[in-house]
Design a protein around this ligand. Sequence first.
Ligand SMILES: NC(=O)c1ccc[n+]([C@@H]2O[C@H](COP(=O)([O-])OP(=O)(O)OC[C@H]3O[C@@H](n4cnc5c(N)ncnc54)[C@H](OP(=O)(O)O)[C@@H]3O)[C@@H](O)[C@H]2O)c1
Length: 253
Amino acid sequence: MSISQTPKHVWITGASSGLGAALANTYAAAGAQVALTARSRDRLDACAAALPTPGRGSVYAADVTERNELFKAINAIEKIAPIDLAILNAGTYTPTNLDEWSTESIRDLFEINFFSVTTSIELLLPYMRARRRGHIAVVASVAGDIGLPYAASYSASKAALNRICQSLRAELEREGIRISVINPGFVRTPLTSRNTFPMPFLIDANRAADIIRDKLSRGHFNIRFPWQMSVAMRLLAALPPSLTLLLTRRMLR
Ligand SMILES: NC(=O)c1ccc[n+]([C@@H]2O[C@H](COP(=O)([O-])OP(=O)(O)OC[C@H]3O[C@@H](n4cnc5c(N)ncnc54)[C@H](OP(=O)(O)O)[C@@H]3O)[C@@H](O)[C@H]2O)c1
């Protein structure tokens, strides 16, 4: 697949709601065959039926924290057609605070947000390396730019995703495989509908999906949007630590 061409076969995790469902829509509308994965088969079936071109969606229910389920899903999808683009989007946010600090819940979040990505890459690599092509896109977050109060595990998981993508980029490129990391700001989805704090520059999931498809098709490595949130987080990350502390103190509830 050359860059700027729509990939023929796209696998999307976390495709039963929010950003993943919107990505499935935008790729199906552009003519791709989309393979949808999440835990809830019912919601996946509903998303597949609601695609602008319903025949273009197929459902592979799996819990991304279960290696065997991912293994079966990827093998089944590859049997239909080679995966040109894998969008590793499944993820969650659980607030962390001092009163409920627990290694177990931090580990649970990392299983979904981080280790599901490393396992997916591990299982995709033999296929993509054998054909010396493929594109892996990992959904992280601008929340990985800086450790914000109450978001310790989420920020850490998303920062870690950025680092592994950066580490893998040159190695994969030599094998003909592309990797991108997607760092959205706030997107209107079921996940953010639970937030009780202000969400500056919030954008719609469909708009976010269109931006992602456009930038992936143009071969971007680090996809950050909306630009206002991207710039704000980069500035925060570049401040001297004492100034960052002044700002993060103001975020305490
Ligand atoms: N919304 C934002 O503002 C925002 C900003 C930056 C980054 N992101 C990232 O974007 C991604 C999508 O988030 P969203 O906002 O669209 O959230 P969402 O609406 O809650 O969707 C999350 C998706 O992940 C799936 N999922 C969760 N745990 C899973 C598991 N163990 N196995 C398989 N699938 C699982 C869910 O389906 P099931 O429950 O059916 O499994 C659902 O399809 C996440 O990685 C999130 O961190 C979101």
